[in-house]
Design a protein around this ligand. Structure first.
Ligand code: GTQ
Length: 347
């Protein structure tokens, strides 16, 4: 019996010959394909709102919301240039609507979340109902629902858009349509969905048609009140401080099937225990200031700043004042697939 041919030239020649049949040797890439632990190809990064805002306002003089359809500056992961991704599964951007503008109606299979960063009084319309948005509100645009945005206030409005664009692209499941009119017809008074679904009550014979939450604005006033109550009720979690997840009241699951959303309060002087999880997470600072160590780098943050924590990167938060952080990730998808993991550093 003769042993295997071990010469590199013989192997390379073999790889070339099987390559002509669109085949490749697994043993050359096995450890990258099945890594012992996540090895993300993207990095931690932050966006300082003081630096971002002038460009956002400048974009307002370059193009109208109508022409742009959505006037947004994408927050792109610096390790994924040209991808329009902030993580491999998530898209994030800052959208500007100036007084009097309308971002015309359209619908797409990508789900969107809006997290209001600056301003008050613009609306988003979803399926015939408008909601007025204020700072800290979390608003959803479910998959394949008509939506337009408008600003009847006297000030610019800026919000964080979070979408599952890369995930939908991976599945090649993207469809989109422009509406016949810029603004969809309003068929329900403001507050209808809040009255029906947001008080721990549901219309008696209502059955959800999809996984998406029937609530489309989770106002900050209520979220903040819940956090304050929680902070009075007991000690903070070592890793998260006081952290709540937004919920679809009809299912107990996430309001959007593809993106989990969270709000946490970090008390002044708190230092979180090192934490990591497999869901790369985008943060938007609502109140306060401080810094976070992500992996081996320190990122300072304050109100309206944004940062991204990659999968399995260790994070430690150090708020200098009482702080409130909104975040979103693909955690519900990973949980559905039995993939999601966390490491609480023993705490
Ligand atoms: O508001 O519909 O930032 O379709 C990117 C794509 C926002 C939106 C974005 C979109 C939207």
């Amino acid at each position: 019996m003769t042993g295997p041919t071990t010469g590199n030239n013989a192997r390379r020649d073999f790889y070339e010959r099987i390559g002509t049949l669109s085949m490749a040797p697994l043993w050359e890439s096995l450890h990258q394909l099945v890594p012992p632990a996540p090895a993300p190809k993207y990095q931690a990064a932050s966006w300082d709102y003081d630096k971002v805002r002038p460009f956002l306002m400048e974009s307002g003089s370059l193009i109208t919301a109508k022409e742009a359809v959505r006037r947004v500056l994408i927050l792109e992961n610096p390790a994924m240039p040209g991808s329009a991704c902030i993580t491999p599964t998530l898209y994030a951007g800052l959208q500007l609507i100036l007084p009097g503008e309308v971002a015309p109606s359209h619908r797409h299979t990508q789900s969107a979340l809006r997290f209001i960063v600056e301003g008050e009084g613009a609306y988003t319309a979803v399926d015939g109902e408008r909601t007025i948005m204020r700072e800290g509100d979390f608003v959803i645009t479910p998959t394949w629902t008509w939506h337009d945005h408008g600003n009847d206030s006297s000030r610019p409005m800026v919000w964080l858009d979070g979408l599952d664009i890369p995930l939908v692209a991976m599945f090649n499941a993207g469809f989109a349509e422009a509406g016949a009119e810029d603004e969809q017809e309003v068929t329900a008074p403001e507050g209808t969905s809040d009255a029906k679904y947001a008080s721990g009550l549901l219309p008696v014979d209502w059955k959800p048609a999809k996984q998406t939450s029937p609530i489309f604005n989770y106002p900050y006033s209520r979220t903040r009140e819940a956090l304050a109550g929680l902070a009075k009720a007991g000690p903070p979690d070592a890793c998260h401080g006081y952290k709540l997840r937004y919920v679809n009241p009809a299912s107990g699951g996430a309001p959007i099937a593809t993106m989990g959303t969270f709000m946490q309060l970090l008390p002044k002087g708190f230092e979180s225990a090192p934490y990591r999880s497999t869901d790369g997470t985008v943060f938007s600072i609502v109140e306060g200031e401080g810094e976070s160590t992500i992996g081996d780098k320190v990122f300072a943050w304050k109100k309206r700043d944004h940062f991204v924590v990659p999968s399995w990167a260790k994070v430690v938060h150090r708020p200098a004042s009482e702080s409130v952080l909104f975040s979103f990730s693909d955690r519900p998808v990973q949980e559905r697939l039995d993939l999601w993991r966390e490491d609480r550093g023993g705490r």
